[in-house]
Write a protein that binds this ligand. Structure first.
Ligand SMILES: [Co+2]
Length: 207
């Protein structure tokens, strides 16, 4: 994957620097008794090990095999996800955007990095970069090209700006040639990037 560049000089340049800042913030929060170290340890382990795009992938695969679930998902993503035990912080109000033959959706947060945590986990670093946030709006096709995806010029690209109140994610199209796939096999095709909309499931690119 090509990198989105350049990074502004104000952005922390190394993982060590980010880690140091996080440590400093954690120390202040604990000292002010706003949060306990146990709670922080618990949260980071949950988001490192349990919550991630594999949950979004499960939901997409279910929508691909179950049209009624798909209808419920498009009507109210938050409650459809809850049916599958997926929900929680930073996902109180979610909207799933359906990709079709004529429309591709792309998700961004132009203000900061709002992201549907329950279905995608924590956002990748590039999602937070000003370069992505600006370019996604100005030239979404160029962003997609950086991820190796070149939608047909006839496809309309719709860009959706997430906020703290409303978090979007993309329901990609089921790739062609997957008619005989089980739900579990389908799950493996769904990538994080296809849920953000910068790309589509790999098989669809090859089709
Ligand atoms: Co935001």
């Amino acid at each position: 994957m090509a990198t989105l560049s350049p990074q502004p000089s104000t952005f922390p340049r190394s993982n060590e620097e980010i880690a140091a800042r996080v440590k400093a913030m954690e120390a202040i929060l604990v000292e002010k008794e706003l949060i306990s170290t146990d709670a922080i340890d618990y949260m980071s382990s949950v988001y490192e090990k349990e919550v991630g795009p594999q949950l979004g992938a499960k939901i997409v695969a279910r929508a691909w095999v179950d049209p009624e679930f798909k209808n419920r998902l498009l009507a109210d993503a938050t409650s459809a996800c809850q049916e599958m035990g997926v929900g929680g912080m930073q996902g109180e109000e979610m909207i799933a955007l359906e990709n079709t033959d004529s429309v591709n959706n792309l998700v961004v947060c132009t203000l900061c990095s709002c992201y549907p945590w329950p279905v995608l986990g924590l956002p990748p670093n590039w999602y937070k970069y000003p370069a992505y946030r600006a370019k996604a709006v100005r030239n979404p096709r160029e962003v997609m090209a950086e991820f190796g995806y070149f939608p047909d010029p006839s496809i309309e690209i719709r860009v959706w700006d997430s906020s703290a109140e409303l978090r979007y994610w993309v329901l990609p199209q089921r790739p062609e040639g997957t008619e005989g796939f089980t739900e579990e096999q389908l799950t493996e095709l769904v990538t994080r990037d296809s849920l953000i909309g910068v790309s589509v499931p790999p098989a669809a690119i090859e089709a």
